[in-house]
Write a protein that binds this ligand. Structure first.
Ligand code: 5GP
Length: 327
C-alpha cells in the first residue's frame, strides 16, 4: 500500500462530478434547507447493480448546482490526485448550463481551476469534454464546438459516456467525427453492458482509447488486441456496479497477460470510494504483481495519454527519478 501511494501515477479516466469528495457531498447536503433523513448517497454507495450505481449521479447533480461548486470540486479533485502522487490527470466532464451561466462559462471555470490547482501541486492536468450518450446529436455537436473554442487551453479530447442503455453511438457518431477532424483525441466508453453490435461499431471507428471494455466476445477481444487500442480499466467501479464478481474475475488479468495496453483508473473516486493507489494495490494483491511490474504498468500508461510528447517525456523522467526512493 505504501509503495502504491509513493509510485508516481497517471489517471486517464476520472469523471469530475463522480470524483467529488464524500465530505463535500455531505457538506452540500447539510447545507440544503429541504433535506430530510440521511444523505441518500451514503446508502447508495454500497455495491449495487449497474443502474442503481448510475442513479447516484442524479443525487450528486441535485447537490452540485452552480459554478462556485464546480470550481471547488475541480480544485479538490486535483488536490486529491496530487496527494497520492498522481503526476498527470485527464479529467473529463459533461458541460452544463446553470441558471444564467452557459456551458462555455462552465468550461472556463473548470479550465481556470485546473490551471491554478495544477500549478500549486506539481501535477499536470488536461480536460476531456464528455458527450453524454443520452443527449441529442445537436447537444453533442455543441459540446464539440465549445471544446474547439478552448482547444489551446487544456482541452485535449472528447469522451463518450453516460448511461449505456440510453442513446446510440451510431447516432452521435457525426459529432465524434467532427471532433476527430478538429484534431481531438477520442476515448469512448464501450462494452459496459452486453451490446456486441455497438461494441463492433466502436471498434471499427478506432478511437484512441476505450473505457471499460467489459462485455466482449472472443472475436471482439481479438479485434481489440490486434488494433492495440488502449483500455482504461476501472476495477473498483466495475465491481461496485456489479459488472464483474470480484477482482480475480476481472478482465484486467487477461488483458495484462496479453500485454494489451491498459491504464488503471478510478472512474469516480467519490462514488466508488477508491483512489489510483488503491487500484494499483488491488492488482498487485490479486494478480501477484511485484513492484517492478507495478512500476512498469504505471510507466507504460504514459504512452496512452493525450498529453503532448514533451509532457510525456517529463512524466517518464519524473518516474525514473522516483525509482531509487521507491525501493
Ligand atoms: P460529469 O460529466 O457530470 O462531471 O460526471 C458524471 C457523469 O459521468 C455521469 O453523469 C455519467 O454521465 C458519466 N459517468 C460517470 N461514471 C460513468 C461510468 O462508469 N460509465 C459511464 N458510461 N458514464 C459514467
Amino acid at each position: 500500500e505504501g509503495f502504491c501511494k509513493k509510485l508516481p501515477k497517471i489517471e486517464l479516466h476520472a469523471h469530475l462530478n463522480g470524483s467529488i469528495r464524500m465530505s463535500t457531498i455531505q457538506e452540500l447536503w447539510d447545507r440544503k434547507a429541504d433535506r430530510s433523513g440521511d444523505l441518500p448517497f451514503l446508502e447508495a454507495q454500497k455495491t449495487k447493480d449497474f443502474q442503481s450505481a448510475f442513479s447516484m449521479f442524479s443525487v450528486i447533480y441535485q447537490l452540485v448546482q452552480g459554478l462556485d461548486v464546480i470550481d471547488r470540486i475541480t480544485r479538490e479533485v486535483i488536490e486529491d490526485f496530487a496527494k497520492e502522487n498522481v503526476i498527470y490527470v485527464e479529467l473529463r466532464t459533461t458541460l452544463k448550463a446553470y441558471d444564467d451561466k452557459t456551458k462555455l462559462d462552465y468550461l472556463d471555470v473548470v479550465l481556470k481551476a485546473m490551471r491554478e490547482t495544477a500549478a500549486l501541486h506539481n501535477i499536470e492536468v488536461n480536460l476531456l469534454v464528455s458527450i453524454n450518450r443520452a443527449e441529442s446529436l445537436e447537444n453533442a455537436m455543441e459540446a464539440v464546438e465549445l471544446a474547439v473554442q478552448r482547444k489551446d487551453q487544456g482541452v485535449v479530447g472528447i469522451d463518450l459516456c453516460g448511461n449505456p442503455v440510453c442513446g446510440k453511438f451510431s447516432e452521435l457518431r457525426p459529432a465524434l467525427e467532427k471532433a476527430r477532424r478538429e484534431g481531438f483525441k477520442l476515448t469512448l466508453h464501450a462494452a459496459e453492458i452486453v451490446n456486441y453490435g455497438e461494441t463492433q461499431e466502436i471498434l471499427d471507428f478506432s478511437p484512441e482509447r476505450l473505457g471499460h471494455a467489459v462485455f466482449m466476445t472472443d472475436d471482439l477481444k481479438s479485434q481489440l488486441f490486434s488494433k492495440k487500442i488502449p483500455v482504461e480499466i476501472c476495477i473498483t467501479s466495475n465491481i461496485k456496479s456489479q459488472s464483474c464478481d470480484g477482482p480475480l474475475g476481472h478482465h484486467f488479468g487477461e488483458f495484462y497477460r496479453k500485454s494489451h495496453p491498459i491504464i488503471l483508473c478510478t472512474d469516480d473516486m467519490g462514488v466508488f470510494c477508491t483512489s489510483v493507489s488503491q487500484e494499483f494495490s488491488i492488482v498487485g494483491d490479486t494478480f501477484q504483481l511485484g513492484r517492478e511490474e507495478l512500476y512498469d504498468l504505471s510507466l507504460s500508461s504514459i504512452d496512452c495519454s493525450f498529453a503532448s510528447e514533451a509532457s510525456k517525456e517529463t512524466f517518464r523522467r519524473r518516474m525514473r527519478e522516483s525509482r531509487t526512493s521507491l525501493g
